[in-house]
Design a protein around this ligand. Structure first.
Ligand SMILES: Nc1ncnc2c1ncn2[C@@H]1O[C@H](COP(=O)(O)OP(=O)(O)OP(=O)(O)O)[C@@H](O)[C@H]1O
Length: 263
């Protein structure tokens, strides 16, 4: 079953164009979207979260065309964490995470306070941010802020979580901690996780499915172990590298003096 299916998706953004993208994202799995800077990864996520329209094509979420979803219904199905954390109000961590409950409230139906509290508590605990709940968001470190933002997305209680470069600004230990946390969330709760990542080793190690974009086009998609080869790296990034797997963890060894290969 597919959580997301795009067919012949085209979208022009300034001088850039997403061209005829057709792909599927499996339900309950972790999918990594990779590709060079400016290849359209964020644009694809934004269209999928309906933060941006499309010129042509169709996107189905759980087999239902995205344009037939009401705004609140979509927000209960899919949550997206954008790259930038700019513009977030200076709230306490708990207040920020509570924001995730907004789609579940309306003017006429404020929902159950007990249920909200239980979900907020769950989101704080699973992201290990419970201990920071009374601290101000802007006082946290980059890694702690990233986890608090993920807690806010989790509190939205959606089946699908879109994360745009969740490991940016994090050191290697916090990157691995975050990836393992996402793996745990995926395994325990069956949430479909789609993440844009630049670290190819982590992308392949932590995903079941990988999608590669380049220049607004889909280059390839499939299981990381099948996809990640020297030929693939040459095709997508124009680099020469050796690739091998050690206990299912991919190792990429780039050849030195690559610069002449960059167009
Ligand atoms: N609002 C906009 N106006 C004009 N051009 C835009 C706009 N948003 C994105 N673009 C362009 O669209 C292209 C694709 O951008 P996008 O952010 O989707 O790429 P990306 O693969 O996520 O890149 P990165 O890895 O660098 O984050 C880029 O060339 C970018 O300059």
């Amino acid at each position: 079953m597919n959580a997301i299916r795009a067919s012949n998706l085209c979208q022009k953004v300034g001088y850039f164009q997403l061209k005829d993208i057709s792909l599927s994202i499996p339900t309950g799995k972790m999918t990594a979207i990779i590709g060079p800077n400016g290849s359209g990864k964020s644009t694809f996520l934004k269209i999928t979260a309906q933060l941006m329209g499309m010129d042509e094509g169709e996107v189905l979420i759980h087999d239902k065309p995205i344009h037939t979803y009401k705004r609140r219904e979509l927000a209960k199905t899919i949550s997206m964490l954008p790259q930038s954390k700019e513009g977030l109000p200076n709230l306490s961590v708990k207040e920020l995470v509570s924001y995730g409950r907004s789609p579940h409230h309306s003017f006429l139906n404020q929902g159950s306070k007990t249920e909200d509290e239980a979900i907020i508590d769950w989101a704080l605990k699973i992201t290990s941010t419970k201990k920071h709940e009374n601290r101000m968001f802007h006082e946290l470190s980059g890694g702690e802020q990233q986890k608090a933002r993920i807690a806010m997305s989790l509190a939205q209680k959606t089946d699908i979580l879109l994360l745009d470069e969740p490991t940016t600004y994090l050191d290697i230990a916090h990157q691995l901690d975050l990836m393992e946390m996402l793996q745990e969330i995926n395994e325990q709760y069956g949430i479909t996780i789609v993440m844009v990542l630049h670290d190819l080793q982590q992308a392949a190690a932590y995903s079941h499915h990988m999608i590669a974009l380049k220049g607004g086009c889909l280059v390839d998609h499939g299981k990381p172990r099948d996809l990640l080869t020297a030929y693939f790296l040459q095709k997508v990034y124009n680099i020469n590298a050796h690739v091998y797997f050690e206990n299912d963890y991919p190792i990429i060894i780039p050849q030195l003096k690559q610069r002449r290969l960059i167009p």
